[in-house]
Design a protein. Sequence first.
Length: 292
Amino acid sequence: MPVDSNLPGQLQGPTSSGLMYSDTGGDGPVVVLLHGVLMNGSLWDEVVEGLRDRYRCIVPDLPFGAHRTPMPDDAELDLESLAKMVAEFLAELDLHDVTLVCNDWGGAQLVVSPGGSDRVANLALVSCEAFDNYPPGLPGRLLCLNAFLPGGTFLTSQLLRPRVIRHLPFTCGNMTKKRVSNDKFMSWIEPLRHNRKIRRDLNKYLRNVPKKDQLLEWAEHQRTFQGQVLIVWAREDRLMPPTHAEQLEKHFENAELVWVADAKTLIPIDQPEILTSHIRTFLADNSSLKDR
């Protein structure tokens, strides 16, 4: 059963698909924020704190290895299935005119593709996977490779415990400039270390990366999205190419690109106040709040 709490990071659910989530509640326009692999909804805590005074912020914990409740045994967790799961999540919570925000993971772009969800009014892409950049960079490729090795995902979770290892370029070093606090990072990898079903869930995703031609075909379909699109990108990003940000601005009909300095992929960690300001401006211009 859902818990009666508005605090970021305290989970509610699960939904019928098995997703846990946090929800600030309220009658404001709805913002749904999606995180990436080896993270959970706590990635967005500072941004949620900056939005919750006027907006209802909902943050699902996607099954990317830092989720604390395993998914059902028969859950399909490839990229396309997860996009459908997000669309079903919006329907189950009866959400409308949603502003969908994603960082690192690019699956939100599939949610707004034809056959995805008509509940999304606007989209905010924050230094995320795009086009055929799945998995992103050397860290992403190594993570997927390890998922095919016996015990590989468990070994990944163990190797990331020492700070000296996790801050190397081929692990998590190129994700942030500020670096994730040790307490937060350890909370992300603890479920992976201690629960084989959590590792199973992550492996289902990592072992089913779509082919490049399929990814590019999906990207072409996304052009049909008619809502407003905010693209927030780190100029120094090494995993999500800045050229993709420029391509995305041309890719969508109604897109705006803003750059963030002194940040890498995880802008919610490196520059949460700047990111929150950009999202608030975007919401003020494009959410249903302006009609109230």
